[in-house]
Design a protein around this ligand. Sequence first.
Ligand code: GDP
Ligand code: MG
Length: 365
Amino acid sequence: MKMHYNLQEVEEGKLMYFDKMKHVPSPLIGEHVCKVSNNNLDISPRQRARSTSMKKPKNKTFENFEMEEIRPRTSSLPTKNNYRRPLIKNLRTNYEDQDHDLYRLRTFDVTSKGIVNRGDSIKSRSTNSIVSSEGDGNVLSIESSSCSQNSLANSDGSIHKIKPYRIVILGAVGVGKSTIAQQFLTSEYLFDTSVDSEQEKMVSVLLDAEESTMEFVDLESDSAYQVEEGYDCYVVVYSIDDRKTFDRAVDILYHLRKEKHKKSAMILVGNKSDLVRTRHIQAEEAKPVAVQYDCKFIETSTVLNINIDELLVGVLKQIRLKHKKDEKERTHGTEIGCIMKSKSLLTKLFGKDTFSKSCENLYVL
Ligand code: GDP
Ligand code: MG
């Protein structure tokens, strides 16, 4: 015996049976089950009995799989972690465990309105191509990007890795050094208090069509005075709600400039700018200090994700600009020396505030 279904009913969606049939392998439907005659659909009883006797488990389609990854079925509200977008993160971990050829690339543009985060991609070092991208990542520009600092392909196709830029983060305990470094790693990370300061913090960034890898070294404050030479940038952090941490930051800057790090890029960071009610250090107090020690200055909040991308891009810009300047100085030493001398003369004549504005612009020297 055959079951008869009116085609019109099917089209109007009154019979849900056929929607669910999507999950049945299509050859069965097409060849053996369905026949159309006189505007009716004929279905063999065997197929109908199987499909209605018990609720079929959902097919493991790609979309279903992703949903399960994001939020397993529970009777409770989603936890904080469920708000993250885990796809690239999982990809990164899975791939990196198996194959160190893959890495995450964060992409930024500097526009007149500020920094634009173009999203993250997973990229292969050997083929220099995108494996997966998320956000509005500009895939074309990524694929054609140069790997000038990060890695270079040898003539035999193997990869010759160049050392990443090394950045050290200094400051008193509890100011948010580890949290900042953690947040640099991905666009997906929102806020997590369980930060592992021992974890390697490497991040690759595509900026101005050039790719760079940065390694953030997260030191505890006690070792700040014996910081070795050779870092490409020093990030000194204090918390805007704690004067002691500001004093400590000033102390660190003084030691760094006095010692062997006279020329290195440095950024003074006032973190926890979300704590407006308990603020003790105004930006106006910190800026002259930054100018005095020839630093850049920025206020951040990891909780509200304020200026974290700006700081990351600022660190990279400062390093690139310093390297370029050093190179120029090596070639036309005297001219640059004169400019620097006139800058310090102007500072003496007109006071430190003359340049306090530029200390907030992390994209110029
Ligand atoms: P570290 O000792 O300098 O590495 O500081 P951590 O990164 O371990 O952070 C110390 C505490 O400050 C943690 O509880 C963080 O959650 C918190 N924290 C970090 N950044 C911020 C921020 O921007 N705002 C606020 N309110 N708390 C933060
Ligand atoms: Mg820490």
